[in-house]
Design a protein around this ligand. Structure first.
Ligand SMILES: C[S@@+](CC[C@H](N)C(=O)[O-])C[C@H]1O[C@@H](n2cnc3c(N)ncnc32)[C@H](O)[C@@H]1O
Length: 272
């Protein structure tokens, strides 16, 4: 524990709503995308920031990350002290809980900070400052050794994790936006708009890039309707393939099959 732990935590206590298995889509994407970085580190630390009224998401994050990076340790950080006390009995080898906020009260520079359903309850104008603060705490990149550094994954989902949108940021700033869904739960891709992270949710209006993206995604989805007879997954894959002609999609069919698509942040970033 560092002296940071004794300072007043940075941030605000908010509702603690959580659910078991709610963040499985995010966990799996992190394991896939960031597993190699976590594996190469001697002592990789991952932070579940704002784990909520129960410690389930932190326990699950440990299990899913350990399946790709057996040395990883998870620190659950929560700003509401009673939620930290309530989580303590769930500590185990590789998992501890700490009282704290955006300052992140751990000695190491984490290789992962996951903040799910935390910033939605803050003001849009606060997001940039919080991102900067959290990115500054990430493990730095090492261009010589080829390491890309730590990853901040910040996003939102519904109560049971069927619809999810998150932004991934490196030490240098935002990299990508990922849309992930249980495809059977979607009528059209723009159903995901209600789960956009705070930085984007108020920008789903004409003239903003994220609005144009979801409009084009809905059109591609409508054009792929004949594939619905092969299942929603085939329809999604066709729609994303068409979307990728005009939008910088960075992943491929292996991820699309999971009901995901990841796009470069610059293409969806809000206007000033
Ligand atoms: C809605 S819950 C999300 C729980 C869990 N991450 C999930 O997605 O199921 C948000 C939690 O974030 C906590 N929180 C809000 N701001 C925080 C901050 N600056 N640092 C740490 N925790 C914070 C709140 O106290 C609350 O328990």
């Amino acid at each position: 524990m560092t002296s940071r732990a004794f300072a007043r935590p940075v941030g605000t206590v908010t509702r603690g709503t959580t659910n078991p298995n709610r963040l499985r889509r995010m966990d799996r994407w992190i394991a896939h995308t960031h597993g190699a970085e976590l594996r190469r580190a001697a002592d990789p630390v991952a932070v579940d920031l704002g784990y909520g009224a129960a410690p389930w998401t932190a326990v699950e994050l440990l299990g899913r990350l350990r399946s790709v990076a057996p040395r990883v340790r998870v620190v659950g950080v929560e700003i509401e002290p009673a939620r930290v006390l309530g989580a303590k009995p769930y500590e185990r080898e590789g998992l501890v809980f700490r009282h704290g906020g955006f300052e992140i009260p751990v000695a190491e520079r984490p290789l992962l900070v996951r903040a799910a359903n935390v910033l939605r309850q803050y003001e849009e104008g606060e997001v940039g400052g919080v991102w900067e603060r959290l990115c500054a705490r990430l493990a730095p990149a090492d261009p010589v050794g080829g390491a890309r550094g730590g990853l901040l994954v910040e996003g939102t989902c519904d109560e049971i994790g069927r619809r999810h949108v998150w932004v991934a940021l490196g030490p240098e700033g935002p990299r990508t936006v990922t849309f992930a869904a249980r495809l059977g739960s979607l009528e059209r891709p723009s159903d995901l708009a209600e789960r956009l992270p705070k930085a984007l949710i108020h920008r789903n209006v004409p003239g903003e890039a994220v609005h144009a993206f979801l409009r084009d995604f809905d059109r591609a989805w409508a054009a792929a309707a004949p594939y619905a007879s092969y299942g929603a997954r085939q329809r999604w894959i066709r729609a994303v393939r068409a979307l990728a002609v005009d939008w910088p999609v960075v992943d491929g069919p292996g991820r699309w099959r999971q009901g995901e698509v990841t796009v470069r942040w610059e293409a969806l970033a809000p206007s000033a």
